[in-house]
Design a binder for this molecule. Structure first.
Ligand SMILES: NC(=O)c1ccc[n+]([C@@H]2O[C@H](COP(=O)([O-])OP(=O)(O)OC[C@H]3O[C@@H](n4cnc5c(N)ncnc54)[C@H](O)[C@@H]3O)[C@@H](O)[C@H]2O)c1
Length: 383
């Protein structure tokens, strides 16, 4: 067996109602608490937020983090000098809290440390402790070591990345996701499914990331439609919160692939929800990957992985990769995911999306190196 390492959040507290423990759990770090919240979150609505010390300072954020937005939050945090940063919200909010936590103690700017389009300098080796409390079930950002940041002038998303960015504590409370509307449930749940699938098929997968990915795929596959149809279904919401957590553990210790490679430029160009973009290209990417593997790397273990994914998601023990692709296509349609053309991608944008995808860091985790023509084919078939 190949050697591997596995890292995750310092501690994970999971379960319906778990977020009520947050005030007690954060006291150990000190009195200066900086809370990063979504623009519309009402702190009084949640006991875990309402019970925080009255000295807690709120930082509001709206939309996905941009270079300027993250820099502004870091500048604010450098005044507050927090002992602990809490990110309470969707993946966007948690990513912002992680970026603030790792940058607040230094003097560098966001662009100094951003990969791909920034200077890519190493981040400080330690972060102020970050407590991640997800209110969506999708990104797994509560247990990952990066924060994607939107860079409007390059029309791309690129990450701040460091082991130091792993949250000290992840508190995952499925009840916080009950208010997600169906479109958010679909986009985020399909993000978790995609992350499990890509990590499972990545050449960097290891036995622990595989355990996470298999269980995450099983839970996401059986509960996505239920939570989409009935948002108050606590069992389905719990399955999806766990699938998202497991997907983050898997991706942070394996790698992703071409779906996330494409989501990096598409997110920058279209501004559409990250999970919906991933879902829109998922079926075509699986199909093109399986064909490329069959033609150029027929002995690759990834082919067996695509077969196993098909068996898990369909529940059919003799399913083949094509059956898995069909299941993805039907699920994405049932969850009303829009094709790329409806999300704003025109044929004129295909070339720059393909070039951006081939440069993206996630592309390195794809089980087979795709040609530019194959990436273009995925875009055409997903439009
Ligand atoms: N760090 C990582 O490892 C990682 C992994 C995947 C994605 N991401 C990033 O995460 C971001 C996407 O996060 P997301 O999918 O959670 O979406 P999000 O954080 O952008 O939230 C989507 C929408 O849902 C709303 N919302 C959040 N919680 C809600 C709730 N409980 N009830 C009702 N509405 C709610 C938000 O206000 C927002 O309008 C993207 O920026 C993506 O790049 C990060």
């Amino acid at each position: 067996m190949t050697a591997f390492s596995f890292a995750t959040a310092g501690r994970i507290v999971f379960g319906p109602g778990a977020s009520e423990q947050v005030p007690e759990l954060v006291t150990r770090w000190g009195p200066r608490v900086l809370v990063v919240l979504g623009a519309r979150t009402d702190p009084a609505a949640w006991p875990g937020l309402a019970g925080l010390p009255s000295t807690a300072v709120l930082h509001r954020s709206s939309g996905e983090p941009t270079v300027d937005g993250v820099q502004e939050a870091v500048d604010h945090a450098r005044q507050v000098r927090p002992h602990v940063v809490i990110g309470w919200g969707g993946g966007s909010v948690i990513d912002l809290a992680k970026a603030v936590g790792v940058l607040v103690g230094g003097t560098g700017s966001v662009l100094d440390h951003l990969e791909v389009v920034g200077r890519g300098l190493p981040l400080p080796s330690a972060s102020v402790p970050v407590v991640a409390v997800p209110t969506t079930a999708g990104t797994g950002a509560e247990v990952t070591a990066n924060s994607p940041v939107l860079v409007p002038e390059h029309q791309v998303k690129a990450s701040l990345r460091s082991r130091a960015m792993l949250p000290a504590l992840a508190v995952v409370d499925p009840l916080l996701t009950l208010t997600c509307p169906p479109a958010v449930t679909a986009a985020t749940g399909l993000d978790a499914l995609t992350q499990c699938l890509e990590a499972f098929c990545s050449p960097a997968a290891n036995p622990i990331s595989d355990l996470c990915a298999r269980d995450g795929l099983t839970r996401a596959a059986r509960s996505l439609r239920r939570a989409f149809t009935d948002g108050s279904d606590v069992d389905a919401r719990t399955d999806l919160s766990l699938a998202a957590l497991l997907s983050g553990m898997a991706l942070a210790n394996a790698k992703l692939g071409a779906v996330h490679g494409l989501a990096a430029p598409l997110g920058g160009m279209l501004g559409a929800p990250h999970g919906e973009l991933c879902a829109a290209v998922l079926a075509a990417t699986c199909e093109v990957n399986v064909r490329a593997l069959t033609e150029r790397a027929p002995g690759s273990p990834a082919l067996g992985r695509y077969r196993e994914v098909a068996r898990i998601v369909t529940g059919n023990p003799s399913a083949q990769p094509d059956d898995g692709v069909r299941w993805v296509r039907e699920t994405v349609r049932a969850l009303r995911v829009r094709p790329l053309a409806a999300l704003g991608l025109t044929p004129a944008g295909h070339g720059s999306a393909a070039d951006g995808a081939l440069r993206a860091s996630s592309m390195a985790g794809n089980p087979v190196q795709l040609t530019r023509d194959e990436v273009l084919e995925i875009l055409v078939r997903s439009s």
